[in-house]
Design a protein around this ligand. Structure first.
Ligand code: MIG
Length: 765
């Protein structure tokens, strides 16, 4: 029997009724569309805090097949009577079609057979588990997928299945089939194909599965065990347009304090004030710039959060005070688990006010983490978040300048938290299974808001677990990697995909966390890490030491070279963060983001861009001194020797241990600072631009430079200065101040025009 759709058009939405379900469609721009089950329209979104205004400029018409056609100036959406949705762009190109067949599941073994397979320890995960929502979309042969947070594997996510379930598993996260889930859940991806681009954000924080063409080459599949049927479709001419819209919806990273972009040194755990002070001295003596030392769990008294072991780490803020004389800041770790110990005021206050998660019977739920028996704050509740935010004062009083949130998946030592543990928010009681993936998000939010209120500076929060939208509150690190080459290699696609997921402020533990690093691995890792937005070396207890001076003079020299490079480029990094607040683009970018028409870039796992002007091609293989470099279109200048490279070509590059191949796009205008041992060591009253031209002198360039006090929120009141610098064909350089609000703006500006010195020969040449 032929169905006909009935529908109602309201000023800001379209409601579609079929025999079985009602759906609502809304637009937030000509390219951004939301499709949800009408019953789910008002579900709580943890990612989107302020829905942007509705876009009401759309037309709805019945279509010839008794379906419906909705158009905006960009999209042409066709809905068939059986409720299949096909999305075209305004040129008639099909971007995304609903799949017309059924899912073909791969698990066909009987229970008995499964048990047999499991006996040897093989994985027998059942991907056919019941789902309340299954979205099947047609998979085109040429589609590449990017995003999905920091999952294992390669830049292109096609062909693999991932699970969104924040997971702490410190084993080497290697084989993708066994590591479907990591610490973070970001149910957003961008699809790129020959016919165009689009993005999908599935706003469901429950356990979800993203099969990106693993079980079939015909479709891809998004499934949820429970929760809302609610997804956003983003069209866009470029992947950058899509990221801009996705981050308009879920938020962007606010400007960080400038010092947080410097170098951070960490290890689990520096065991006393004495050790930390002597470490700081070593940095200064070796002239390796460093802004901050991280304090892992041992600084606490019996792992009780918001306490301080004064015997080992000094009284009051004495440690921070001594460190600051040397230009160092301290960041300290805070886990969510609160030790069960009557008389410990964090525990007592939480119990008295019912701030902790309970079991189904209403008893406070206990599991085990570092302090032993522990309880878990219900961060779902505003009151609990405000309380937790206030607790940060204990650390601010000790002079701590940033908070590192760990174990917030939440991790637990006595088995996972049962699904039915209750987290209340005053009105609703959420089951653990419903809020597991946003637990870290809500903890970061509480921390951010507390720091903002009591410190008044731009909060510096690092989180391990997160969800879509956490970029508003915290930067992230990729958790417990290992000191193995495979994890250095994986760092590049991980950080690039975090950027493609809206999370621009990210890093991996430089040198590797678990296992034992080597001199060569550490050197190659800092050559990648110095470009990652969060620049931190961290390692586990009982592993070989991996501070920059842990090996020999050659290592120190190489390390210093790259940390110095980072400090020289600090104003460039800061500009990129500012740009991110405007357009949602990441700092560290896959080549595909700017060269999506070039097939060579689409699966490039071992090179990346920093903004648009720099391209790094680090060596990430043991024993390698030569590597293949691909440069996309344009003219590129070797940062080290100024040789000119024609783009669209492959080169063999000699990169001994002290060399990370680095290229500057001709026409680039790079802002640079003088060498400093830490941010603020020198009062910077002048800036120097390096301007890279091509040998035929035809390349032009344009650059926006941003300056403010690098610390607080005064810029929101217009207290910043913005410069526009341009390079004309005849080497004419023009600098203009377009906003003049920062009281300590530069008193002088200088530039060098960098001329190419000879040209390189490509592989074809
Ligand atoms: O179970 O605090 O990922 O960075 O050093 C280990 C100790 C707990 C895990 C974090 C790591 C940190 C470590 N933590």
């Amino acid at each position: 029997m032929r169905q006909t759709l009935s529908y109602t058009v309201l000023p800001a939405e379209i409601c579609i009724q079929s025999d079985t379900e009602n759906y609502t469609i809304q637009f937030f721009s000509a390219t951004t569309m939301r499709i949800c089950r009408t019953a789910d329209k008002n579900h709580v979104s943890f990612a989107i805090e302020n829905l942007p205004p509705f876009h009401t400029d759309f037309c709805v018409n019945p279509s010839e097949d008794s379906g419906l056609q909705i158009t905006t100036s960009y999209l042409d959406v066709r809905i068939s009577p059986d409720l299949k949705i096909d999305i075209y762009d305004n040129r008639g190109t099909l971007l995304l079609a609903d799949y017309r067949g059924d899912r073909v599941t791969t698990q066909t073994l009987s229970e008995e057979q499964m048990a047999l397979v499991a006996m040897e320890g093989h994985q027998t995960e059942d991907t056919t588990a019941p789902a309340t929502t299954t979205i099947l979309k047609k998979l085109e042969p040429s589609t590449y997928f990017y995003g999905l947070g920091d999952k294992t594997g390669y830049l292109n996510k096609r062909g693999y299945e991932y699970m969104m379930w924040n997971t702490d598993n410190p084993e080497p996260q290697l084989e993708i089939p066994t590591f479907k889930a990591m610490y973070k859940s970001v149910p957003f991806f961008i699809a790129h194909s020959a016919s165009g681009n689009y993005g999908i954000f599935f706003d469901n924080q429950n356990r979800t599965y993203f099969d990106m063409g693993y079980e079939s080459n015909e479709y891809y599949c998004i499934r949820a065990e429970q929760g809302a049927y609610d997804y956003y479709f983003f069209g866009g001419d470029t992947m950058a347009d899509i990221l801009k819209e996705y981050t308009r919806l879920t938020g962007r990273a606010p400007l960080p304090q400038m010092w947080t972009l410097g170098y951070h040194q960490s290890r689990w755990s520096y065991s006393s004030a004495k050790e930390i002070l002597s470490l700081a001295d070593t940095f200064r003596r070796e002239q390796i710039p460093c802004d901050c030392i991280h304090m892992d769990i041992d600084y606490m008294d019996a792992f009780k959060v918001f306490t301080w072991n004064e015997t080992l780490y000094g009284e009051g803020n004495s440690l921070a005070g001594q460190m600051s004389k040397n230009g160092f800041k301290l960041v300290s770790i805070i886990d969510p688990g609160v030790k069960v110990e009557p008389g410990y005021d964090v525990y007592d206050t939480g119990v008295r006010n019912r701030y902790f998660a309970t079991d189904a019977q209403g008893e406070i739920y206990k599991n085990v983490v570092w302090p032993g028996d522990s309880v878990f704050p219900a961060f779902t509740d505003d009151t609990v978040r405000i309380w937790w935010g206030g607790l940060q004062k204990h650390l601010l009083e000790r002079g701590i300048r940033g908070i590192w949130n760990d174990m917030n998946e939440p991790a637990s030592f006595r088995g996972p938290l049962p699904d039915d543990i209750c987290f209340s928010d005053g009105n609703t009681t959420w089951k653990h299974s419903e809020i597991h993936n946003v637990y870290g998000h809500l903890m970061s939010k509480a921390t951010y808001e507390g720091l903002k209120q009591y410190d008044k500076k731009r909060p510096f929060v690092i989180t391990r677990a997160c969800y879509s939208g956490s970029q508003k509150y915290a930067c992230v690190w990729s958790g417990d990697n290992h000191s193995i080459w495979a994890h250095l290699q994986m760092a590049i696609p991980q950080l690039c995909n975090l950027g493609m997921s809206g999370i621009c402020f990210a890093g991996t533990d430089i040198g590797g966390f678990g296992s034992h690093t080597t001199k060569e691995l550490l050197c190659r890792w800092v050559e990648v890490g110095c470009f990652s937005p969060l620049f931190r070396n961290h390692s586990a207890k009982l592993t070989r030491r991996q501070e920059p001076f842990a090996f020999d003079t050659e290592t120190i020299n190489i390390y210093r070279k790259y940390v110095n490079l980072r400090y020289k480029l600090l104003p460039y990094y800061y500009d990129l963060f500012w740009e991110h607040t405007k357009n949602g683009l990441p700092i560290m970018r896959p080549l595909a983001l700017h060269y999506e028409q070039d097939k060579n870039t689409l699966e490039c796992n071992d090179m990346f861009l920093i903004g648009e002007q720099l391209l790094a091609a680090p060596v990430v293989n043991q024993g390698q001194e030569y590597r293949l470099v691909y440069l996309p279109e344009g003219t590129w200048i070797d940062y080290w020797n100024h040789r000119e490279y024609a783009g669209n070509a492959h080169y063999i590059y000699h990169a001994p241990l002290d060399t990370c191949p680095l290229f500057v796009k001709a026409g680039a205008i790079l802002p640079t600072y003088p060498a400093q041992q830490y941010v603020g060591e020198k009062a910077i009253d002048s800036i120097h631009f390096e301007i890279y031209i091509s040998s035929n002198d035809t390349v032009t360039g344009h650059y926006t430079h941003y300056l403010d006090n690098g610390t607080d929120f005064a810029y929101e009141q217009g207290r910043y200065t913005q410069y526009e610098i341009s390079l004309q064909k005849n080497r004419q350089v023009d600098i203009q101040i377009v906003h003049d609000g920062y009281e300590n703006a530069y008193t002088s500006m200088t530039y060098d025009i960098i001329e190419p010195s000879g040209s390189a020969v490509s592989l074809k040449g």
